[in-house]
Design a protein around this ligand. Structure first.
Ligand code: PLP
Length: 439
């Protein structure tokens, strides 16, 4: 057999083709720049889909992880390790409200922990359910397990994640759906209020800024109503902050940028938390829950020993790295940078006044550039079968800028939180040249 030589050939032959990948073979990165195998430089405004939150290979993170990798990488969660405890303490401090943290490996897994928290809450805080026997198993199923999520949301690719996600395209071919999720239109308070069923509903889950559907922020009034409904009906309010959390919007809690007075009962993180190493987590408030027998317990202690777990979640290596990433964000004032340069980026994009851009939407350094609906008619070079955002992202690659497509018409800018003004100017100039050449 002829030996395979190129990276592309290796993928084509050996990697399960779940992704429609762009034909870029990236080899190394530094700060906001990456280089491909041929040595071509790109400005990285995708940051690995909002993951490399302080850029590639930040010297402080490199040094910390090099030291930790030579000290202790993994022990399992059967034991205590200092880096996990210290990271949990830091995260609770950054949230600014008492609670506890559970560590896992990804955003979808963090959301799984939220679904399980909600079901446990539904089981234990509800009146004692009737017991009935199924085969030799005694079940204590209660009717209180439905989680309301939003249309247009994205919560991950596990079976429960696609059931929670409010987009048909991720569910197709994987039926039957995991039970216990229903969707309402995003930012529609009346629909949310109408969807709450007693005693079936147990929680509301939402992304304060919808990321995968093109950067769509929640209205402050919608967040407040969601909090109010949850309080009135005894439900958990849960935020999926996998994409918008930990600084990207300019606040540690993304929702606070939109409605500073609204806090959830629990929220999930992943993506930028460890600057590129796989880590997911949930934070759960310590608010008291009245149990079926009348006693009370903090919500953050409901998932007790044996109820949930993971072999890898929260290794000393990844936790040491994540603590350093978060320390860099604090020490270098990157929340303020996300706010200031996010506003500057939006203003710069608006000033392009391109006839091919319908609008730009932004919260901190989550920026969505929505192309005009009739883009394909205006740009004959755009193949009819191709989503316009993919076409534009391809052209931006050729011009040396990495960005992230969303849906059919949105292009996302998700640069690292330490992006510089000059880099925003360069990215805007590349986008301007590409759109001008197309128009
Ligand atoms: C809001 C949100 N939740 C969950 C996920 C899933 O995260 P992961 O891909 O790490 O499983 C994503 C990924 O894009 C996301 O944007």
């Amino acid at each position: 057999m002829k030996p395979l030589t190129t990276t592309r050939e290796l993928y084509d032959r050996y990697v399960i083709p779940t992704y429609g990948r762009f034909d870029l073979r990236l080899a190394r990165g530094q700060g906001t720049e990456v280089w491909d195998e041929a040595g071509k430089r790109y400005l990285d405004f995708g940051a690995g889909i909002a993951v490399t939150s302080i850029g590639h290979c930040h010297p402080r993170v490199v040094a910390t992880m090099q030291q930790q990798i030579a000290t202790l990488v993994h022990t399992s969660n059967l034991y205590y390790t200092r880096p996990q405890g210290e990271l949990a303490e830091r995260l609770v401090r950054l949230v600014g409200k008492p609670g506890k943290v559970f560590f896992c490996n990804s955003g979808a897994e963090a959301n799984e922990a939220l679904y399980k928290l909600a079901r446990k809450f539904g089981n234990e805080s509800a009146p004692p359910p009737p017991k009935h026997t199924v085969g030799e198993w005694v079940t204590t199923a209660t009717p209180r397990f439905e989680i309301i999520t939003m249309l247009g949301s994205f919560h991950g690719r596990t079976l429960a994640g696609i059931a929670a996600t409010g987009q048909e395209k991720v569910k197709k071919g994987f039926e039957p759906a995991v039970a216990g999720f229903c969707h309402v239109p995003f930012n529609d308070g009346e629909a949310l209020a109408a969807a709450v069923r007693e005693p079936g509903t147990v929680a509301v889950l939402l992304e304060p800024v919808q990321g995968e559907s093109g950067i769509k922020p929640s209205d402050a009034t919608f967040l407040r109503l969601a909090r109010q409904l949850c309080d009135e009906h005894g439900l958990l309010l849960m935020f999926d902050e996998v994409q918008c959390g930990l600084g990207r919007t300019g606040d540690w809690v993304g929702a606070k940028t939109l409605a500073p007075d609204v806090m959830p009962d629990a929220m999930s993180w992943a993506k930028g938390i460890a600057g590129g190493f796989p880590l997911g987590a949930i934070w759960v408030s310590d608010r008291a829950v009245t149990l079926a027998d009348g006693s009370a317990k903090p919500l953050c202690d409901l998932l007790g020993p044996g109820t949930h777990g993971t072999t890898f979640g929260g290794t000393p290596l990844v936790c040491a790295g994540a603590s350093e990433v978060l320390a860099v964000i604090e020490d270098e004032g990157l929340l303020a940078n996300a706010r200031d340069l996010g506003a500057y980026a939006k203003q710069t994009l608006d000033a392009l006044a391109s006839p091919l851009i319908k609008e730009t939407r932004g919260v901190g350094l989550m920026i969505g550039i929505e192309l005009v609906p009739d883009f394909a008619e205006r740009v004959p070079a755009c193949p009819v079968a191709k989503a316009p955002c993919l076409f534009v992202v391809d052209r931006l690659h050729e011009a040396g800028l990495l960005t992230i497509p969303s849906g059919t018409h949105a292009v996302r800018w998700l640069p690292p939180l330490n992006v510089k003004r000059s880099e925003i100017d360069e990215a805007a100039s590349i986008l301007k040249n590409v759109l001008t050449s197309l128009a």
